[in-house]
Each structure stands twice: as C-alpha cells, then as structure tokens.
Write a protein that binds this ligand. Sequence first.
Ligand SMILES: NC(=O)c1ccc[n+]([C@@H]2O[C@H](COP(=O)([O-])OP(=O)(O)OC[C@H]3O[C@@H](n4cnc5c(N)ncnc54)[C@H](OP(=O)(O)O)[C@@H]3O)[C@@H](O)[C@H]2O)c1
Length: 285
Amino acid sequence: MAKFERPLVMGHKGMLGSQLYLILRKLYPATVGLDIEELDITDQKQVEDVLSHHKPEVIINCAAYTRVDACESNREIAFRVNRDGPRYLAQAAARLNTRLVHLSTDYIFDGKKDSPYLEEDQPHPISVYGESKLRGEEAVMETLDDYLIVRTSWLFGVKGPNFVYSILSQAREGKTLKVVNDQVGSPTYTADLSRAIVKLLELNCQGIINFCNYGSCSWFDFARAILRFKGMSHVEVQPITSQQLNCPARRPHFSVLSLSRIKSVLGAYPRPWEAALAELLSIAD
Ligand SMILES: NC(=O)c1ccc[n+]([C@@H]2O[C@H](COP(=O)([O-])OP(=O)(O)OC[C@H]3O[C@@H](n4cnc5c(N)ncnc54)[C@H](OP(=O)(O)O)[C@@H]3O)[C@@H](O)[C@H]2O)c1
C-alpha cells in the first residue's frame, strides 16, 4: 500500500476535482486543493513555485479546459491548458519526486471502433479538445516514469453544470428536449471515479487506465433515464442526429472505454451507470 498524507488536487473547484477533494479530505485531512485562482497551470514558474511550497507526495490533475465546442475557436487556450499545463505539472513532479495522476478523456478516440476502447488502442482525436488532451497525455508520459493517466467519459456529479442538470432544468422549463441519439458512451459518476482514483493511488497503480461506469447508452437514452428516475417520463424527448445538432466540435459516435484493466486492478467492475445516476438523483434537486 502506497503511503501519502498530503495529496494535492489541482482543479479542486471543478466537477470532478470538487468531489475528489471532499473524499480525500476525509481520508487525508492535510489534502491540498488548488484551482486557477491559486495556481494557473499554464504559468510554468508559478507551477514550480507553488508546488515547491506545498511539496505534495502526489498531485491529481483535474484541471483542464473542458468546453469542448469552445476549444474549436480557442485552440491556443486549449493547448496551453490541456497540453502545456500537464507538462509543467509533470516537470515539477519530476523535480520534487512527486507522483502525478492525470485525467484524460474518451474524446482522444475517433469513435470508429465497434467494441470498447482498450488502453493500448491507437488514439485519433477528431476535435481540438481531444487533440489537446492527447498531447497532454503525451507530455506526461514523456516527462515521467511514474505516472498514472486515468481516462474517463461523460462525467456527471453533484457539481454542475452537467448533462443531468441541463436535462432537468430544460424539462422543468417545459421545453421539448432534443437529444443526440448517434453518440454512444459510458456515463461516469464523479463520486465513483473519485473513490476509484483513491484506491488506484493507494495501490500505486501506474500507466494508463480507463474508468467509467459499467454499461453504455446514447445521450438520448441517458436523458430518458434521468427523466424516468425523477418521475418525469411524460416529458417528451426527441432523438436527433449529431448532424442536426450541428455543434462546432465533432464527437466520436462510439467512445465506450474497456473496463478490463480496472476490473483486474480493483477486483470488480464499476457499478452500472444507471445505479450511479439513481444515487445522484436521490440527493440532487
Ligand atoms: N466533463 C466530462 O464529461 C469529462 C469527460 C472525460 C474526461 N474529462 C476530464 O476529466 C477532468 C475533469 O473534468 P471536469 O469536467 O471536472 O472539469 P471542469 O469541471 O471543467 O473543472 C476543471 C477545473 O480546472 C480549472 N482550470 C481551467 N483552466 C485552468 C488553469 N489554467 N489552471 C488551473 N485550473 C484551471 C477550471 O476553472 P474554470 O472553471 O474557472 O475554468 C475548473 O475549476 C478533465 O481532465 C477532463 O478533461 C471530463
């Protein structure tokens, strides 16, 4: 069992970071949480100074520029945050002899496969966001021997904004929902992912590992499940295609991640996404 007392969550105000920070703080009261106000990861000198000050044994990088469509028109910011930021964190980690856990995405794949993506499958991003995240992974791998890259997908959690809250608020406003039915992936609950990250840290897991909730669906199926679990099945949801939605960024049509490695490391599959969603909806408005 790896020993650490002072993990540092980078991006602790984000959807995943805030959940992970809460869980880590209970287990390790000296956990440090930083976000852009305390540390801008695109500023190399600041990264060196702030991390030298905190001297964490492990950094979990949840900070990222995650606005997938905005990345298309803000390419430079996307690469600064999602590629250069992780590189600076990795360089500082190397100097301080600190472990780095870095979060990545299913959007590094093009979605042309018809079975779940394995960790060793060849990435081929089709958006600026996906490409910038892939370059971030590469920067971490080039810089460090001891790293863990956790690829995940379709996050939902207590902290918004996210798809779950967006569907509920549109339904409550009486809008007819139009939801994409030709992108299939695996929704992932930030609480489940956070607990898995803690276990992976304690086991000193290294390399690349996928984590998402078990099972897969389209965004349309996901929306229907959200409404069903909230007793709002009467709300009409129209299935549409990605082409009809016409977003600036292309997304993979199929981006389900294989859970074989996580099952062999943790001894069990993550729970199904429907069970995780039901839990969130039982505590969220
Ligand atoms: N959301 C998903 O569905 C999804 C799916 C697959 C993978 N992932 C990956 O999972 C990780 C966590 O995602 P998330 O959805 O929790 O992200 P998020 O909610 O957008 O949180 C990211 C945090 O990083 C901060 N940040 C942005 N630029 C920064 C900078 N230059 N320096 C320091 N902090 C900065 C953000 O601050 P501001 O809010 O002020 O910008 C925010 O607090 C990311 O690596 C993401 O790529 C997410």
